[in-house]
Design a protein around this ligand. Structure first.
Ligand code: NAD
Length: 254
């Protein structure tokens, strides 16, 4: 494993109790950072903390990223406790059911946008004051290939993730002069609890067809996403902002 230097840094990871977020937390701790994990359930946060604590200090907070007030309070508490916020990874996300747009339930549309798009915005906004104060910050938003390509029967997820790409580009340009670099990653299928839940409703030939689109011939592992995200959250990432980094095993063509 290459050493990424995050010594002395304080990072918030949303959706940090599972999947890509949990892998990021592990890599951050191995790189010397202190980590605050935000997630929905206390139980899954406790499990994550027990797993990660041997690697370093882990703060956990029960936060619904779709609740702006909840997010603001949590960010204020982290800044007060650690005296700084250096990095934010927005990994909290929900993937909806696959439903034809003509029948797409409005409440599913709303929840998808609330968590995947507004939640990302609320978290970005909430960490800005401490980052602006120190003139330093790294933000990584976890979008999706769905936001680039548009997945059929997943209009809300695709729209929200495309919105995250637009938000990243906007914030990247706006915050560059302030020393805050904002980038996003666009995973294809990764082996996480989210994928395992989706997979249950997939025919084996559907999964095979998805894998066939990936030139590297397999799905991604969470630690592979974490390696790129940890680098994007380090000082070594110094001349990239507002950018979209591929995590698709060669599937993406742009
Ligand atoms: N796994 C994939 O194949 C894949 C592909 C493309 C993009 N992504 C994106 O990567 C990110 C991480 O996905 P994952 O596969 O690790 O998912 P996951 O379901 O395994 O983990 C996501 C975590 O986010 C938490 N979460 C959900 N809603 C939340 C909320 N409102 N507030 C706080 N926490 C919340 C969940 O409790 C869970 O712990 C998501 O944004 C997802 O859309 C995943």
């Amino acid at each position: 494993m290459n050493q990424i230097d995050l010594k002395g840094r304080v990072a918030i990871v949303t959706g940090g109790a599972a999947g890509i977020g949990l892998a990021c937390a592990r890599r951050f701790l191995e790189s010397g950072a202190q980590v605050s994990l935000w997630d929905l359930s206390r139980e899954s946060l406790d499990q994550a903390k027990a797993e990660l604590q041997p690697l370093g200090p882990v703060d956990t907070r029960q936060v619904d990223v779709a609740d702006a007030q909840n997010v603001r309070q949590a960010a204020g508490a982290v800044a007060a406790q650690f005296g700084r916020i250096d990095a934010l990874v927005n990994s909290a996300g929900v993937s909806g059911r696959f439903v034809a747009t003509a029948d797409y339930p409005l409440e599913d549309w709303q929840r998808q946008l609330d968590v995947n798009l507004s939640g990302t915005f609320y978290c970005c906004q909430a960490v800005l004051a401490p980052m602006l104060e120190r003139g330093y910050g790294r933000i990584v938003n976890v979008s999706s290939m769905a936001g680039k390509e548009g997945n059929p029967f997943a209009v809300a997820y695709s729209s929200a993730k495309a919105g995250v790409i637009g938000m990243t580009k906007s914030l990247g340009k706006e915050l560059a002069p302030a020393g805050i670099l904002v980038n996003c990653v666009t995973p294809t299928i990764f082996n996480t609890p989210m994928h395992q839940r989706t997979r249950v409703n997939m025919a084996p030939e559907q999964l095979a067809a998805l894998k066939a689109k990936i030139p590297l011939g397999r799905i991604g592992e969470p630690h592979e996403a974490a390696a790129l995200i940890a680098w994007l959250c380090s000082e070594d990432c110094s001349f990239s902002t507002g950018a979209v980094f591929d995590l698709s095993g060669g599937r993406a063509t742009y």
